[in-house]
Design a protein around this ligand. Structure first.
Ligand SMILES: C[S@@+](CC[C@H](N)C(=O)[O-])C[C@H]1O[C@@H](n2cnc3c(N)ncnc32)[C@H](O)[C@@H]1O
Length: 364
């Protein structure tokens, strides 16, 4: 994986740079005095996104518009009926959004891949019902890094190599029956592979992605069934993805996509409502925005406009001051509760100035 130095060469903003901190890995620091309300970063393309299963017909696949439970009106145009007779699980709020989505280079490969996953999802319906009631798996108490590596090595040696020797028509016997979470995850990884194949490999987005911190181990330790979920998704994609996207799929990239997703994704929230009543529609990964650390006294606010995300200063900052966001909407909580939320969800002990000063006051 790349070093941050490579990312900085083509960094999209000259207002801040990435440096290593003493308390929490890398973070972003202002390169000059900057006034309040400045947008320090604007991102127009995600590495990948995932819409929660229950919202997939109700959220625009292009701008994430959500209209209070109404199914989106616009589907793929007639010209796509050959490669995507079931509509590839894509819904749009209007033809402009559909046009924008379909205008991406090589988009037919993504549509074809989504359609294949969609057809598999529908065809497994009856098997899924039978499996759901049969499931009763026990998991080890504490999984180690070596356990995770071993599980993937086993999959590579015993499953990938065996399936690769089979004729295409025989491979479907080795398809796992997947559930909603696995289906959504398969679409997310497909979306990421598409971006990795079609974006400029020297773009800040791709270079930043390669440097993202992975939280694979703490996440699997906290939710052991995830390892099985990931392997089911990998098997599904290895068998079903058409050649263009399959050419980019290997275990290393797959683990990095999911490992980095766990600590670096941003929620996609309904826009029209306030923060107490808005729906959580899904999430997306924005690698260039993933070097902002959390602070319980942040100076940046995130704002989504359609499929564009901006990071704007809420106060003026001085040269060398750190630029931070609030990861979880927890600023109103007492210090120990904030720290528990961050530890449970993001696996870190918050080292921000506010936590340090409030903890010291408590101890004094
Ligand atoms: C989105 S990344 C931010 C960039 C990260 N520091 C890096 O080097 O890639 C989130 C991770 O940064 C670290 N981090 C962010 N905010 C922190 C804080 N307030 N205190 C300690 N660690 C923090 C944690 O390891 C967290 O999982």
């Amino acid at each position: 994986m790349n070093q941050v130095g490579d990312v900085l060469e083509s960094w999209p903003s000259d207002l801040f740079e990435i440096r290593t901190t003493s308390y929490g890995g890398r973070a972003c620091f202002a390169t000059r005095d900057i006034p309040a309300d400045t947008e320090v970063l604007v991102i127009n393309r995600s590495l990948g996104n995932s819409i929660c299963h229950e919202f997939r017909k109700e959220v625009c696949s292009s701008c994430f518009q959500y209209e209070y439970g109404r199914t989106m009106k616009v589907r793929l145009p007639r010209g796509y009926s050959q490669i995507a007779p079931k509509g590839a699980g894509l819904w749009f709020c209007n033809e402009g959004c559909r046009g924008q989505f379909l205008s991406q280079d090589h988009i037919k490969h993504l549509v074809e891949a989504y359609e294949t996953l969609e057809q598999n999802w529908v065809s497994q319906r009856s098997k899924r019902k039978a499996e759901e009631s049969a499931e009763n798996i026990e998991y080890a108490v504490e999984i180690t890094a070596a356990d995770v590596d071993r599980a993937w090595n086993r999959l590579e040696c015993e499953w990938v190599q065996k399936v690769a020797l089979l004729k295409l028509s025989r491979r479907s016997c080795f398809l796992p029956v997947i559930d909603e979470a696995e289906f959504a995850c398969a679409r997310f990884v497909t979306n990421c592979l598409f971006t990795l194949l079609t974006a400029d490999e020297n773009s800040p987005q791709i270079l930043a992605f390669q440097c993202l911190q992975s939280n694979e181990l703490p996440k699997i330790q906290k939710f052991p069934p995830l390892l099985q979920l990931q392997q089911n998704v990998y098997k599904t994609l290895k068998i079903l993805l058409p050649p263009f996207l399959n050419s980019a799929l290997n275990i290393e990239i797959f683990r990095h996509i999911l490992g980095s997703e766990y600590g670096n994704s941003f929620g996609i929230w309904q826009l029209e409502e306030d923060s107490d009543s808005r729906e959580y529609l899904g999430y997306w990964v924005l690698p260039e925005a993933s070097f902002f650390n959390h602070s319980c006294a942040p100076n940046l606010e995130k704002c989504r406009r359609g499929n564009c995300m901006t990071f704007k200063l809420t106060t003026p900052v001085h040269k060398n001051q750190e630029l931070c966001v609030d990861y979880k909407g927890i600023l109103h909580l007492p210090v120990q509760e904030r720290r528990n939320v961050l530890k449970d969800n993001w696996f870190f002990d918050c080292g921000c100035d506010r936590c340090l000063s409030e903890t010291l006051v408590k101890k004094a």
